[in-house]
Design a protein. Structure first.
Length: 85
C-alpha cells in the first residue's frame, strides 16, 4: 500500500449520529434533531489497535449521573481518557 494511502487511512474518522427516540420539548417548543438534539460520536483509529473517541451526548437531567458513572468506569481502564460535564 502506498504511504499516502496508509496515512489517509490512519486519519479516517468514523462519525455516528443517534437521535433520541422521544420528542424533546423545552419551554413549550419542540426541539428537532436538526436543532442539535442528537448524540454524536467520532472515532479515529490510532496505532496499536487503539482509538481516539470524542462525542456529545444529549441527555435528560436524570440520565446525566448514570452516564458520567459509566464514562468514569471506562476512563479508569484507559491511561488517556477524560470526561467533562
Amino acid at each position: 500500500m502506498p504511504r499516502s494511502a496508509r496515512k489517509a487511512r490512519r486519519r479516517r474518522v468514523y462519525k455516528f449520529s443517534v437521535p433520541r427516540k422521544e420528542t424533546i420539548h423545552d419551554s413549550g417548543m419542540t426541539l428537532s434533531p436538526a436543532m442539535g438534539m442528537i448524540t454524536t460520536l467520532n472515532l479515529q483509529p490510532t496505532s496499536g489497535g487503539r482509538a481516539v473517541i470524542n462525542g456529545d451526548f444529549v441527555m435528560t437531567a436524570n440520565e446525566v449521573q448514570p452516564v458520567l458513572r459509566g464514562c468514569t468506569k471506562v476512563a479508569s481502564r484507559s491511561s488517556r481518557c477524560t470526561t467533562t460535564a
